[in-house]
Design a protein around this ligand. Structure first.
Ligand SMILES: C[S@@+](CC[C@H](N)C(=O)[O-])C[C@H]1O[C@@H](n2cnc3c(N)ncnc32)[C@H](O)[C@@H]1O
Length: 517
C-alpha cells in the first residue's frame, strides 16, 4: 500500500504526555453525607448517571471564603459576590431545594479556573486568557494551561481577554442581528462574512470561557462554605469567576427556553450555546465536557453549514473554518446536530433541544418539491457511509477491468459524491455519527480538520489520477489541494511545497502510473 498523500493531514494534537497540575480546594461530588463532609462542596445530580460510572467519591474540602445573602427570587442564600448581572437571571427550576442525590461517580468534578499562558500556534491571539471550569478530577491539561483551584469573585487578574460585543468582529466576520435565516426570524444575532472567505480558511480561533461536565445535570444544591450554609448554584458559582466584561457579553447570549429576554437562566444560556469537547483524562481516555465559546456561540444552525469547528486540546482553542467558499455578507453557519439524519429527525431534534423549527434551505423544501425530501434523506444517508463502502484503493489500482481515465469507476464515485455533498451542503462531514455538540446533544458540527470530507475526496482524486498517470487530471486536483491548503494559513507551507513539486514534476508523485503497470 502506498503511503498516504501528505497534504491531507493537518496538525496532530496528542495529549498523552501532558503534565498533571491538580491541587484541589473545592470539589464537586454527588455524595450527600453529613453536613460536615459537605463543607465546601457543591453537589450535582446526574442526568445520565449510568453513562458516568458507579464508584463512590468524596470531595476534598478547603472552602473558599464566600459571604452569603438572600437570593431575591428564591429567598435562599447565595454568594454575595455573584455578578450583578446574574441577579437578572432567574434560577433554574428546583434551585431552591436542597436536592442531594445518592448517586456516585467513580471520579470527582472540581471547580477551578484555567489560565492559558499560551504562545505560538493558534493561541497567539489569546495570551493569559482565563476560563472558569468544572472538570473531572482526572482531566490532564497541556503544559500551556495552568489550573487554579481558589475561587475568586469577578477576577480581573491575568484577564486580558476581550469579549466580543454584538457589532464587533474581525476582518473576516461580524456578529450582527439576523433578520431572516432563510425565511425564519431567529430574533437574535448571527455571524456574517465581512468579505470573501475561501474554502478551508480559518475564520476564528478562540479559547473557552466556561467548561462544565457533559452528561450530568448541574443542579443548584447545597454548598456549605465557611460554616455558613449556602444555597449556591453551580452555574452562578462558575459564571461568577469570569471577568466582568466577558460575563456581561456572555449574558447577552441566547437562552432558547427563555420566555423573555430578561427571563433567562445561566443554565439556559449555557445549554443553548455550549459545544461538546473532549478533554484527555488519566483514567478514561477522554471525558466529555461542554464549553462556552462566546463568538462561535453566535453561529446559527444550518443542515448544510458552511463552517465547521474543532477543538484542539493542546492549544486549548476552538478553530472555526470554512468548508466551502463563503461570499461577503453571507451568514456563517454550523450544524448543531448530525446533518446526515433524515430531515424529520433533524427538525425534531432541533425543536426539542433548541426550541426552533429549522427553515434552512436544506429543510425548507417539503411543500414545493415533496420528492426532494426523500431524495435528500437518501443522499445524506449514502454520503454518511460513503467512505466506509469505498473499494480498496490498492485493489482498484491492480484491477485491470476498468473504464479508462474518462470513465473510471472510482473517480466517478468521488466526483458524484462531491457533487452530492455540495448540493446537500455537507462538504465538511465525512460521515454521520453521534457525539455531542451543543449542550449535551449531538456533535457533528465539530469535525477534525484532517478528516474533512472535501479534502478526503481531493486526496483520493489526486491518488487516482496519479496512479493513472493522467497529467491533466492530476494537476487539476493538486492545484485544488494547493488552493485549500493556501487558505488554511501559514501552517500549511510545507504541504504547499510538496504540492508545488508534484505540479512541476508529476513523476515524483510516489504512486505515479501504478495502475498502468
Ligand atoms: C447558539 S444560539 C445561536 C445564536 C443566536 N441566534 C443568538 O442570537 O445569540 C442558538 C439559537 O439561535 C436560534 N437559531 C439558530 N439557528 C437557527 C435556525 N436555523 N433557524 C431559526 N433559529 C435558529 C435558535 O433560537 C437557537 O436556539
Amino acid at each position: 500500500m502506498p503511503e498516504p498523500v501528505a497534504f491531507s493531514a493537518a496538525t496532530m494534537s496528542s495529549s498523552a504526555n501532558l503534565p498533571t497540575r491538580r491541587k484541589p480546594t473545592l470539589s464537586i461530588t454527588t455524595n450527600s453525607p453529613s453536613k460536615k463532609s459537605r463543607r465546601g462542596s457543591v453537589s450535582v445530580s446526574p442526568l445520565q448517571s449510568s453513562s458516568i460510572g458507579n464508584g463512590a467519591s468524596v470531595g476534598s474540602v478547603h472552602p473558599p471564603k464566600l459571604q452569603t445573602m438572600k437570593d431575591p427570587w428564591s429567598g435562599t442564600k447565595r454568594a454575595k459576590n455573584l455578578p450583578s448581572s446574574a441577579n437578572q437571571m432567574v434560577p433554574p427550576k428546583g434551585s431552591t431545594q436542597k436536592r442531594q442525590t445518592a448517586c456516585h461517580f467513580d471520579f470527582q468534578y472540581r471547580c477551578c479556573s484555567l489560565e492559558y499562558a499560551t504562545s505560538g500556534g493558534n493561541s497567539r491571539e489569546h495570551p493569559n486568557s482565563r476560563c472558569a471550569a468544572v472538570v473531572g478530577s482526572d482531566i490532564v491539561f497541556p503544559g500551556t494551561v495552568v489550573q487554579h483551584f481558589e475561587l475568586e469573585a469577578s477576577p480581573t487578574r491575568g484577564s486580558s481577554r476581550h469579549a466580543p460585543s454584538p457589532d464587533e468582529g474581525c476582518e473576516l466576520y461580524a456578529i450582527q442581528p439576523v433578520h431572516s435565516l432563510v425565511g425564519s426570524d431567529t430574533g437574535g444575532v448571527g455571524v456574517f462574512a465581512r468579505g470573501h472567505i475561501p474554502q478551508g480558511k480559518v475564520i476564528l480561533v478562540e479559547p473557552p470561557v466556561v467548561i462544565l461536565p457533559a452528561g450530568i445535570k448541574l443542579d443548584s444544591t447545597v454548598a456549605d462554605f465557611d460554616g455558613a450554609e449556602l444555597q449556591a448554584d453551580v452555574y452562578q458559582t462558575v459564571f461568577g469567576q469570569i471577568n466582568h466584561q466577558m460575563r456581561k457579553d456572555i449574558l447577552t447570549l441566547k437562552d432558547c427556553w427563555a420566555t423573555s429576554p430578561t427571563f433567562r437562566t445561566l443554565e439556559g444560556v449555557f445549554r443553548t450555546n455550549s459545544l461538546e469537547i473532549e478533554l484527555a483524562s488519566q483514567s478514561a481516555g477522554a471525558r466529555k465536557h461542554r464549553a462556552l465559546f462566546p463568538k462561535t456561540s453566535r453561529c446559527n444552525h444550518s443542515c448544510g453549514p458552511n463552517a465547521i469547528w474543532s477543538f484542539d486540546q493542546l492549544n486549548f482553542t476552538l478553530t472555526l473554518s470554512a468548508v466551502r467558499e463563503i461570499l461577503p455578507g453571507q451568514e456563517i453557519t454550523i450544524s448543531y446536530i448530525n446533518p446526515f439524519l433524515p430531515r424529520h429527525f433533524r427538525r425534531a431534534h432541533l425543536e426539542s433541544k433548541w426550541n426552533f423549527i429549522c427553515h434552512c434551505v436544506h429543510c425548507d423544501i417539503q411543500w414545493s418539491f415533496p420528492g426532494r425530501v426523500t431524495q435528500s434523506d437518501k443522499t445524506r444517508h449514502e454520503l454518511s457511509v460513503f467512505f466506509d463502502k469505498l473499494p480498496d484503493w490498492e485493489e482498484w489500482c491492480f484491477d485491470e477491468e476498468d473504464g479508462g481515465v474518462d470513465r473510471d469507476p472510482l473517480i466517478e464515485m468521488h466526483l458524484k459524491a462531491m457533487h452530492a455533498r455540495a448540493k446537500e451542503g455537507l462538504e465538511g462531514f465525512p460521515r454521520g455519527g453521534g457525539g455531542g455538540n451543543q449542550g449535551n446533544h449531538s456533535t457533528i458540527g465539530s469535525s477534525s480538520t484532517k478528516d474533512v470530507a472535501y479534502m478526503r475526496h481531493i486526496d483520493a482524486l489526486v491518488m487516482c489520477y496519479g496512479a493513472l498517470a493522467d497529467v491533466q487530471g492530476f494537476k487539476t486536483w493538486v492545484r485544488k489541494a494547493k488552493e485549500v491548503k493556501a487558505a488554511e494559513g501559514p501552517d500549511s507551507a510545507s504541504h504547499i511545497k510538496v504540492l508545488d513539486m508534484w505540479l512541476h514534476e508529476p513523476r515524483k508523485f510516489r504512486v505515479w502510473g501504478w495502475k498502468c503497470l
